[in-house]
Design a protein around this ligand. Structure first.
Ligand SMILES: Cc1ncc(C[n+]2csc(CCOP(=O)(O)OP(=O)(O)O)c2C)c(N)n1
Ligand code: SF4
Length: 400
């Protein structure tokens, strides 16, 4: 797909087949561009990308300790600032979930609190993978790892994921977001947006790890999507502490669909007793859905009793779906200045107003709302898949 064309992160590294983190870092670099300096914590990413004498990094990159990645990046930022080169050159600090939420948390906290102009990226594969799958503060409830093994006495990790988003927000960071390799366009947009903002930024990317999660290597993207669609890993975006975007879910998928393909949760399906644990995980998803308002409101409003001659809201909604838009009319629904965002695809008009993919009407400056995207999306390979999530509000008038 077009989004993967650039190779600032070169192939030839030694990540496992299907590694979500390797995919995520390519997307981050492609979005960031070449004018970046990266400080990288110890972990899988550092190991598989820099086997001496080889390196996958086509940008300046330094390997730091687990503990001090954010401090190293803070120093780089300060040097660029003092020499007048900050702004043009961006600074990124990055690490795994262990390096971020546990061992490097002190230096991350310092970086956020001092207000350095750095984007911190956490590649969240939910355990210390490089050293053999030990549980971290971001390992989810009931996952079996080598230090939270499921067995007769245990259902896996007894605690849930640490709220790193909440912790970053508590530092007053102007940009805090989550992303997933299952949603590359959303990820791309968030990296670009973060780098436009001055000050400390925190981005946590959900990255399935076939080795540690024990799923088939071909399922990485599917599993990443299920985490989002079940509500277990919400895609969020905060500006100055306010939630400005949350990826909406029309019909949340049961958490079971996400858990079942993963060996780290296999013990939950071994007998009746596991059902209680699955129900507890479903509760976590429900809490996320309620807390962040993830459920997409169905367009058909509650039925209002009609008196003779009156039109019910359901009838009106059905009529709206029959509406025929001319190209000029469609152009008015461009998603700007509070207007709804509609777009046409293969003759149907979709309402994408609630989408995090079309903020302010622009989808990464490529697919704009208010337009017929049939031709533009012909090569994208994702038209149906993306648009099927949105309500149809009418049809596009045929050219006469
Ligand atoms: C202070 C310190 N403790 C432990 C290690 C050993 N170690 C190296 S990589 C690693 C795991 C990294 O886990 P994470 O940060 O989650 O990244 P991942 O490998 O999962 O991408 C550990 C524990 C170390 N290098 N330094
Ligand atoms: S262990 Fe997991 S994170 Fe590490 S390279 Fe393999 S798939 Fe990627």
């Amino acid at each position: 797909m077009a989004i993967m064309e650039d190779h600032l992160f070169a192939p030839g590294h030694t990540a496992c087949s299907g590694c979500g983190q390797a995919l995520a870092v390519r997307l981050v670099l492609r979005a960031a561009g070449s004018n970046v300096i990266i400080a990288n914590a110890t972990g899988c990413l550092e190991i598989f990308s820099s086997n001496y004498p080889y390196s996958s990094w086509e940008v300046p990159w330094i390997h730091s300790l687990f503990e001090n990645t954010a401090a190293v990046a803070s120093g780089i930022e300060a040097a660029l600032r003092i020499t007048g080169r900050l702004g043009n050159t961006k600074v990124i600090a990055q690490g795994g979930d262990g390096g971020t939420a546990d061992i490097g948390f002190g230096s991350l906290s310092g970086m956020l609190e001092r207000g350095h102009d750095v984007l911190y990226v956490c590649y969240d594969n939910e355990a210390y993978m490089n050293t053999g799958i030990q549980r971290s503060g971001l390992t989810p409830y009931a996952a079996s790892t080598t230090t939270s093994p499921a067995g007769k006495q245990s259902w896996g990790k007894p605690q849930g994921k640490k709220d790193m988003v909440g912790l970053a927000l508590a530092h007053g960071a102007p940009y805090v977001a989550t992303a997933s390799v299952g949603y590359p366009h959303d990820l791309d947009r968030k990296v670009k947006r973060a780098l436009e903002i001055t000050g400390p930024k925190y981005l946590q990317i959900h990255c399935p790890c076939p080795l540690g999660w024990r799923h088939d290597t071909s399922l990485t993207i599917e599993i990443a999507k299920l985490a989002v669609q079940s509500g277990l890993f919400p895609l969020l975006e905060f500006r100055d502490g306010e939630l400005v975007q949350a990826h909406k879910i029309s019909r949340p998928r049961p958490v079971e669909e996400y858990l079942r393909p993963q060996g780290r949760f296999a013990h939950l399906f071994a007998g009746e007793a596991g059902q209680e644990q699955i129900a507890a995980i479903q509760q976590i998803a429900e809490r996320n859905i309620a807390r962040y308002g993830l459920r997409r409101q169905e367009r058909t409003a509650a039925k209002v009793p009609a008196t003779a001659g009156e039109v019910t809201t359901e009838e009106k909604a059905a009529r709206d779906r029959e509406r025929v838009f001319t190209a000029a009319e469609l152009a008015g629904f461009d998603g700007r200045e509070g207007r709804p965002a509609y777009l046409a695809y293969q003759g149907l008009v979709y309402d994408v107003s609630g989408s995090s993919l079309w903020p302010d009407g622009d989808h990464q400056g490529m697919h704009q709302a208010g337009e017929d995207l049939t031709a533009a999306m012909a090569d994208a390979g994702h038209g149906d898949e993306i648009l099927a999530q949105f309500p149809v509000v009418g049809r596009l008038a045929r050219d006469i």
